[in-house]
Write a protein that binds this ligand. Structure first.
Ligand code: RIB
Length: 330
C-alpha cells in the first residue's frame, strides 16, 4: 500500500506539502496541488483518515440516539439523516439506547471526548431532561414535542391527534378509546392533549377509563385491545398513538370476534409502510419521517459549521390519510 512518502517521492514535493494539500488544499499552490493529485492517482494512495481527523480535531462522525431501533418509524428518520450526512462526508453512528438514560450518557460522552462531533436525539425531550440539550454538546432533537428547548424538528402532534379524533367524531363516534404510549412519554402527552381538545370541541365528556396505556410496541396494542373488549360499554372507535399498536390492536379485536371497522374503527399515527398493506389498511397520520431526518441533519451541520441558524424549531407538515380501518358506527 502506498504511503505519504511514496507520494512525496513521486510528486517531488515534501511530505509536509502533501499533508497540507490533503487537509487545507487552499493553502497549496494550484501547480503543486495538481502534482499531488497526479501522484495520488498514480499510486492509488489512500490517506489515513483517522490521523487526519485527529489533526483536524474532528471525527467526521455524528451520533444518532434511537430509543427503539425496531420501530420502523425511526428507521425512516435515520434514512433521512444518512442521506444528508453522506453528502457532508460524515459517518452516522447509531446509538440504540433502548430508552436507557445510562446508554444515552455513554454516547454523549463520545462527543465530549471528540470521538463524535454532534448528536441527533430521536427520543422526545422530557421536561427537565438532564442530558440534552447540554452546554458544549451540539445536538438536535428530532421528532420532538411542544416546548422542547434547543434545536428541534417535529410535527404538530397536538393538532394531528385532534384532527384524527375530530374525523372519528364526524363519522358519528362518541365513545372513542385511546391506546396511548407510556404516560410520561412527551408524545403521549401531546397526542392526548389533541384527543381532549377534539372531545371538548364537540362537547363530549372526557372519560379516563377509555385511556388504556400502551408503550408504543406491538404487544401493548394487542393487550390494550383485549382490555377494551372486556369493558361493559365497549367504545366504537380507538385512537392509537402509533401504527405498531394500531396494527396489533386490529388483530386483538379480530381475535375477539369484532370486525374492523364495522364494530370498531381503528386509527394509527406514523404511516409506516406496512400500514398500507395490512388488512384492513390503516387510517393514520403520515409523519414525514425521512424529511424529519433530513431537516435534523441539515440543522446539525449548520450548527457544527458555527452558523447560528435563523430558525431552530422546525414544525413540518403531516398528512392525515383515510383508509379502510375507519367507518361510521353500526
Ligand atoms: O416513540 C414512539 C413513537 O413516537 C413513534 O412510533 C412515533 O410515533 C414517534 O413520534
Amino acid at each position: 500500500m502506498a504511503t505519504i512518502r511514496d507520494v512525496s517521492r513521486e510528486s517531488g514535493l515534501s511530505t509536509g506539502t502533501i499533508s497540507k494539500a490533503l487537509s487545507t488544499p487552499e493553502k497549496v499552490s494550484p501547480k503543486n496541488l495538481a502534482r499531488v493529485e497526479a501522484a495520488i492517482k498514480k499510486l492509488n494512495y489512500k490517506p489515513n483518515m483517522l490521523s487526519q481527523k485527529f489533526r483536524k480535531k474532528t471525527s467526521n462522525t455524528i451520533v444518532v440516539l434511537v430509543p427503539d431501533i425496531a420501530n420502523l418509524f425511526f428507521a425512516k428518520v435515520i434514512s433521512g439523516i444518512e442521506t444528508v450526512a453522506q453528502k457532508e462526508g460524515f459517518s452516522v453512528l447509531l446509538g440504540d439506547t433502548k430508552d436507557s438514560i445510562e446508554r444515552e450518557k455513554e454516547f454523549v460522552s463520545m462527543v465530549e471526548t471528540k470521538l463524535a462531533d454532534g448528536i441527533i436525539n430521536l427520543r422526545p425531550y422530557k421536561d427537565g431532561d438532564a442530558l440534552l440539550p447540554k452546554e458544549g454538546i451540539i445536538s438536535v432533537n428530532a421528532s420532538s414535542c411542544e416546548n422542547t428547548p434547543g434545536a428541534t424538528v417535529r410535527i404538530d402532534n397536538v393538532q394531528a391527534s385532534q384532527k384524527v379524533v375530530e374525523y372519528l367524531i364526524s363519522l358519528g363516534h362518541k365513545r372513542i378509546g385511546v391506546i396511548s404510549g407510556l404516560a410520561d412519554n412527551p408524545h403521549t402527552v401531546d397526542r392526548l392533549k389533541g384527543y381532549k381538545k377534539a372531545l371538548s370541541n364537540f362537547d363530549i365528556e372526557y372519560d379516563a377509563d377509555l385511556i388504556v396505556e400502551g408503550d408504543f410496541n406491538y404487544w401493548s396494542g394487542l393487550s390494550a385491545a383485549e382490555t377494551f373488549t372486556r369493558m361493559a360499554d365497549i367504545p366504537t372507535a380507538v385512537f392509537c398513538m402509533n401504527d405498531q399498536m394500531a396494527i396489533a390492536a386490529m388483530k386483538g379485536f379480530t381475535d375477539k370476534g369484532l370486525k374492523v371497522p364495522d364494530d370498531m374503527s381503528v386509527t394509527g399515527f406514523d404511516d409506516m409502510n406496512v400500514s398500507r398493506y395490512c388488512t384492513p389498511t390503516l387510517t393514520t397520520v403520515a409523519q414525514p419521517a425521512e424529511k424529519i431526518g433530513e431537516k435534523s441533519a441539515e440543522l446539525l451541520f449548520e450548527l457544527l459549521s458555527g452558523i447560528k441558524p435563523k430558525v431552530t424549531e422546525h414544525i413540518l407538515p403531516y398528512e392525515f390519510v383515510i383508509r379502510e380501518s375507519t367507518s361510521a358506527p353500526k
